[in-house]
Design a protein around this ligand. Structure first.
Ligand code: ADP
Ligand code: MG
Length: 401
């Protein structure tokens, strides 16, 4: 059994404690790391996330009265109770704090005209929050999948991802792309997800790290990013300006081979840098896919490191801790390393030979200590399954008829 399945009986038991009733099931959705393809998703480009073994579990039961009750073991505080009126209409009453994420999912499902009644939900999570590992999408997608099953909505994983993104964009107010929710909903074990964010077509690309004697380490710098400060919006607007100036629908439509010509046509150096990152990053994703399809996982190392340089120099979303993690890993013999997620802190990924995993992790930890930074949290990213309902035997909930 995986850690997720081990956690299921505990989550079901906690539900009973919180609500004094039996949950109807337990659902899980994972956090993710993005292997390559950063800040491409709002440019209609390519991304390549993989699901982590770390999941958010939701134990849930339906309620006939339309009321939504939410409780999270990690959030502190009691039960948040929301009445149906708060979750309807174009301008719903704002929901405070973490509960806005699952409440937004209910709102988005009802906005889509789906017959979603009330529910009691209890969450337990092993996904670090605010670390760039997408705990918010795990929370949303676990909620969406639970409601999908409780109310027999019949939505496919991609549709659940859309609902979750809408919840985060329009209800929570975070202008994120579709990558995180799609990763949480659609990934499969042993693979990375090559996703075209324009049409949401995707392909599972084999990524058998263990079989190749490799590891992908996650270095959580423990520096927490704040994307609400306008940095994200500013870059997004710059990319849109670039696309307009070049006469394309989105920067995805600038072919890599045309990049020099395209850059010549842009006067604003800030926009030029953003465009260069997006176009080269899309190209890197395609190169990574080609290498993985050819069975050459080691060959992606330099592409990861080139991606980091582009995020640092052209997109300007790195920070001292991330640059140190990547630099120290590189100096200690890693095959490649880069920021994963939005940057400004959060996490980096490092590709290493299995035998070098410990020395590289130790080198990064030592470099952080020497720089006076808080110790990073380092763990392997094992490509894992996307959102799923956990078997009743493993959850301790009553088997369904
Ligand atoms: P990330 O998605 O990278 O972890 P975000 O800032 O997008 O970072 O989302 C983190 C927020 O999501 C938390 O501050 C909290 O509000 C909410 N959240 C995520 N997981 C949980 C959970 N298990 N319980 C309660 N809130 C959670
Ligand atoms: Mg998030």
């Amino acid at each position: 059994m995986t850690d997720t399945e081990h956690g299921a009986p505990r989550t079901a038991a906690a539900f009973r404690e919180v609500y004094g009733a039996e949950p109807q099931g337990v659902w899980a959705a994972p956090g993710r790391v993005n292997l390559i393809g950063e800040y491409t998703d709002f440019n209609d480009g390519f991304v390549m996330p993989l699901a982590l073994p770390h999941t958010t579990l939701a134990a849930a039961a339906p309620r006939p009265d339309g009321v939504l009750r939410l409780h999270s073991a990690g959030a502190g505080g009691g039960i948040t109770e929301l009445h149906p009126d708060a979750l309807r209409g174009e301008a719903p009453t704002p929901t405070a704090g973490w509960a806005a994420y699952p409440a937004g999912v209910v709102w988005a499902l009802r906005e889509a005209g789906l017959p979603v009644g009330g529910a009691d939900l209890h969450y337990e999570s092993a996904v670090p929050t605010g670390a760039g590992l997408s705990s918010s999408a795990a929370l949303e997608v676990a909620t969406a999948l639970a409601l999908n099953d409780l109310y027999g909505l019949g939505l496919a994983p991609q549709e659940l991802a859309r609902i979750a993104q809408r919840a985060e964009n329009a209800f929570v107010g975070v202008p994120c792309g579709i990558m995180d929710q799609t990763a949480a909903a659609c990934c499969t074990a042993g693979h990375a997800l090559f996703l075209d964010t324009r049409d949401l077509n995707y392909r599972h690309v084999p990524f058998d790290l263990a079989g190749e004697g490799l590891r992908l380490l996650v270095v959580d710098t423990r520096v927490r990013h704040e994307l609400g400060d306008g940095a994200y919006a500013q870059r997004r607007a710059g990319c849109e300006r670039g696309a307009r100036a070049l006469g394309v629908r989105a920067l995805r439509d600038v072919p890599y081979a045309h990049l020099p010509v395209a850059l010549d046509r842009l006067d604003d150096p800030a926009v030029r840098s953003l465009v260069r990152h997006v176009v080269t990053e899309n190209h890197r994703v395609e190169q990574v896919v080609a290498r993985l399809d050819a069975g050459d996982i080691r060959g992606i190392g330099p592409l990861l490191t080139a991606g980091h340089a582009s995020l640092r120099d052209d997109f300007a979303v790195s920070c001292a801790e991330l640059d140190l993690a990547v630099g120290a890993a590189d100096a200690a013999g890693a095959l490649g390393a880069r920021i994963t997620g939005g940057g400004f802190g959060g996490s980096a990924v490092v590709l290493v030979e299995e035998r070098a995993a410990e020395p590289v992790a130790d080198a990064v930890t030592a470099a952080f200590a020497a720089a006076g930074f808080a110790a990073p949290r380092i763990f392997p990213a094992v490509p894992s399954a996307g959102a799923r309902r956990l078997a009743d035997q493993s959850t301790g909930t009553a088997a369904r008829a």
